[in-house]
Design a protein around this ligand. Structure first.
Ligand SMILES: [Zn+2]
Length: 286
């Protein structure tokens, strides 16, 4: 198995929204805000090459939205999904599976593109299955008023219309061992219904793709929960469980959204679970 980080484009989000009830005087130390109160955010996706399979986990916002839409997100840096794939000798048509942690636009928007004459949409990975789970699919396709602006129909429905949609099994409790993708999956319900956190065995290491369960290093303290989370008390419980497990078992946490920390390990301290080490992906993926 070989792993590759795929940067699908950096953007910015409102620092206050990213830290919920935490005051700016505190979060600004770990995630410094610009003049508009925006903080740096990455779309660091993960490509897994495993035998005949080429699995992409999440794929950023894509590029089909309007200039007005992108105006809210202040894209920065020179990365794109295609250039990142190309860097390792891959093309999007090589991808066999697109695994989506959840269907918020900044995680799945790259799945769908305009068709040739811009009259409609088509999937952007023509040879891939798109993986979500049945509960999250229901949640995303009949969205509540709170999350409606994050579940964009055009990002979601074409996966089903193309016949490329697949559902993973659901766990009895919160951990699905040996999913159809080969890796284990931790299911978390605090951010949204049945977000999926892949846990991948790689050489002698275990790597967890943290998605929105731990967006940045600044979110390590348990009460530092995003304002976007639909069930913040549950996020605190899920983070407590997961971060303890990560510290106990020396998990390597791959951070999708942290623009400055790619992979981290954790340790127990008097204050709770905190950062132990940070790594560049190339130090771990060799
Ligand atoms: Zn999300």
């Amino acid at each position: 198995m070989t792993l590759y980080p795929i940067n699908a484009g950096n953007f910015k989000l409102d620092g206050g929204a990213m830290f919920g009830v935490v005051p700016k005087s505190i979060w600004n130390r770990t995630n410094p805000a610009d003049a508009n109160n925006m903080i740096d955010i990455a779309s660091r996706c993960l490509l897994i090459e495993d035998g005949n399979r080429l699995i992409l986990i999440d794929n950023g916002m894509g590029n089909k939205q309007s200039d007005k839409f992108f105006g809210y997100y202040h894209m920065w840096g020179n990365f794109s999904l295609d250039s990142s794939l190309k860097q390792y000798g891959f093309h999007r048509d090589d991808i066999t599976d697109v695994f989506l942690t959840h269907l918020h636009f900044d995680h799945c928007g790259g799945s769908i593109q305009w068709n040739k004459d811009k009259t409609g949409y088509e999937t952007a990975f023509k040879n891939a299955h798109f993986w979500t789970n049945e509960n999250h699919w229901q949640w995303a396709t009949q969205p509540n008023r709170r999350e409606k602006a994050s579940f964009l129909k055009e990002n979601i429905l074409p996966m089903e219309e193309s016949g490329q949609l697949k559902f993973t099994a659901l766990p009895e409790h919160d951990m699905l061992k040996n999913s159809a993708l080969g890796f284990d999956i931790f299911f978390a319900n605090g951010h949204t219904e049945k977000q999926m956190i892949p846990i991948i065995k790689y050489q002698d290491k275990t790597i967890a793709f943290m998605a929105d369960l731990l967006p940045t290093v600044g979110h390590l303290p348990l009460p530092y929960v995003m304002g976007y989370d639909t069930r913040p008390l549950l996020t605190m419980d899920e983070k407590e469980k997961f971060l303890n497990m990560a510290a106990d078992n020396n998990l390597y946490l791959f951070l999708e959204h942290d623009a400055h920390n790619e992979i981290i390990t954790l340790q127990h301290t008097e204050k709770g679970v905190r950062l132990k080490n940070t790594f560049k992906t190339q130090d771990i993926f060799n």
